[in-house]
Design a protein around this ligand. Structure first.
Ligand code: SF4
Length: 240
């Protein structure tokens, strides 16, 4: 057992061997993945060192205090995802991270939103009323746009993760921002039912303790918090 790391000699040599087997993340691959994300519809995309992904236990704590309606319920939200400690450990095995974003413009200034309406939207994004013909409802339109951009981001994360795997990074791993919105309502843990889209659903960065605001700044892709004229959804693909 090594005194410095607490790892056995076998574990250390396996890790060194694994490091040797990794193909380099060459600049050409970085450019190809960023271009792929932009070509598939990302608003912005950037690859940066995975060491700059900021972790903070308080982010996960915010899922519980104040209690998010998705906590313990949605299949891709805490506590149904790796803990902050578990995720921090695996994050250390990745070399690069690709942050990608989608955008939906807002028709109203943020201060004009009814806070209860905003909370209702995030608690049940599948329940936004459909647009009525001839009726202009800017707020409902903004919520519909935000949901569409969130789903677009989720699909993009899946596609970029697949592309990275095809380029020779088998452990590429995608994470979304916020709750999974693929279904109008998640089956929920209490139902005992399986996820309807098991190979596509991904946990949120926040759920595993990633500080999305700080990470986006470090990646060079900052956004307004709270949003002013647009909602930016961010996702991450880790590259081994
Ligand atoms: S795909 Fe549907 S069932 Fe699966 S986590 Fe997402 S919302 Fe829940």
């Amino acid at each position: 057992m090594s005194r410095d790391s607490g790892r056995s000699r076998d574990e250390t040599s396996i890790m060194e061997e694994t490091e040797d087997m990794k193909q380099p993340v060459r600049p050409a691959i970085v450019r190809e993945l960023e271009a792929f994300a932009l070509d598939r519809g990302a608003y912005r995309a950037k690859i940066f060192s995975a060491r700059l992904v900021a972790m903070d236990e308080r982010v996960r704590l915010k899922c519980q205090i104040p209690l998010c309606p998705h906590y313990g319920r949605a299949l891709t939200c805490p506590p149904n995802v790796p803990t902050v400690g578990e995720f921090r450990t695996v994050l250390g095995l990745y070399r690069k991270a690709l942050m990608l974003q989608t955008r939906s413009p807002l028709g109203e200034e943020n201060e004009d939103y009814d806070k209860d309406e905003v909370k209702k939207f995030f608690a049940a994004p599948g329940k936004i009323p459909a647009a009525k013909e001839g009726e202009e409802d800017i707020v409902a339109g903004d919520f519909r746009g935000a949901k569409a951009a969130a789903i677009r981001l989720h699909k993009l994360v899946n596609e970029v993760e697949g592309k990275a795997m095809a380029l020779g990074f088998p452990y590429a791993l995608g994470l979304i921002g916020g709750v999974c919105m693929f279904c109008s309502e998640c089956v929920g843990t209490a139902s005992g039912q399986a996820c309807r889209r098991p190979y596509e659903a991904r946990p949120s960065m926040e759920g595993v303790g990633i500080d999305v605001i700080r990470t986006s700044i470090k990646a060079g892709l900052p956004f307004d918090v709270p949003p002013k004229k647009e909602i930016i959804w961010s996702g991450l693909v880790l590259i081994d």
